[in-house]
Unconditional design. Structure first.
Lengths: 80, 143
């Protein structure tokens, strides 16, 4: 399940940053992608909510450290 | 992921389907002023006879000047002074001419507490119902 989510996340990031060569792993965080600023953060979260048909609460995405933690959060929300 | 600092919830204030609208018209002077400001002096905006030659009924209001109506709605009404416009996409369907009344509407399509944003559907139409411009916007809301 989490592999499928990570694959979708790779597509979301490639589309958002218009870069098919981004190396997206569970460990990737905002420091690894130059254009991943606060505006991009908003766009990425909105894309993720749309693609996975979920809505995060205000606190859920605040303290995520990397994409792996986001994948786990999506997995938990989509398994409910 | 990056940290966010705003813990307040915008969905307590802003609800899906909430709508604001206003109407106005753009004068020839508005078009001239915008031509000078933007430096877009394409003849269809300033040259009446050329506009007619291209099968328009008059000079045409700049698309980006029409978009200024959405700027007003977002910055002053929905959500108003707490707005930070992050993204706007608009499509133009029919030409708007000077002194034609145009009705601008912005409607909340979705509310996202996760990033304190609302998504808006945008529509500008003439009072005949003819669609002039439609689109969407993503707006950060500071509360």
């Amino acid at each position: 399940m989490t592999f499928e989510i990570l694959d979708k996340m790779k597509k979301i990031f490639a589309d958002y940053f218009d870069d098919d060569n981004l190396n997206i792993t569970r460990d990737t965080n905002a420091n690894d992608i130059e254009d991943w600023d606060s505006i991009a953060q908003v766009g990425l979260i909105l894309s993720i909510e749309k693609i996975f048909s979920i809505q995060f609460s205000s606190g859920e995405v605040e303290n995520l450290q990397n994409i792996g933690e986001m994948v786990d959060l999506i997995s938990a929300k989509t398994n409910k | 992921m990056q940290k966010q600092t705003n813990n307040k919830i915008i969905s307590d204030i802003w609800k899906t389907n909430f709508e604001e609208k206003f109407e106005r018209f753009f004068t020839v002077d508005d078009i001239k002023n915008f031509s000078n400001l933007s430096k877009d002096k394409s003849p269809i905006h300033i040259n009446h006879s050329l506009a007619l030659k291209r099968n328009f009924n008059n000079i045409v209001v700049h698309g980006c000047l029409i978009n200024s109506g959405f700027s007003y709605l977002i910055g002053m009404k929905i959500p108003g002074e707490s707005a930070l416009l992050l993204e706007i996409n608009t499509k133009f369907h029919n030409p708007l001419y000077p002194n034609e009344k145009v009705i601008f509407k912005a409607k909340i399509d979705s509310v996202h507490d996760s990033v304190s944003c609302i998504k808006l559907k945008l529509l500008a139409s003439k009072d005949t119902g003819m669609k002039v411009c439609s689109g969407n916007a993503t707006v950060k809301v500071f509360i």
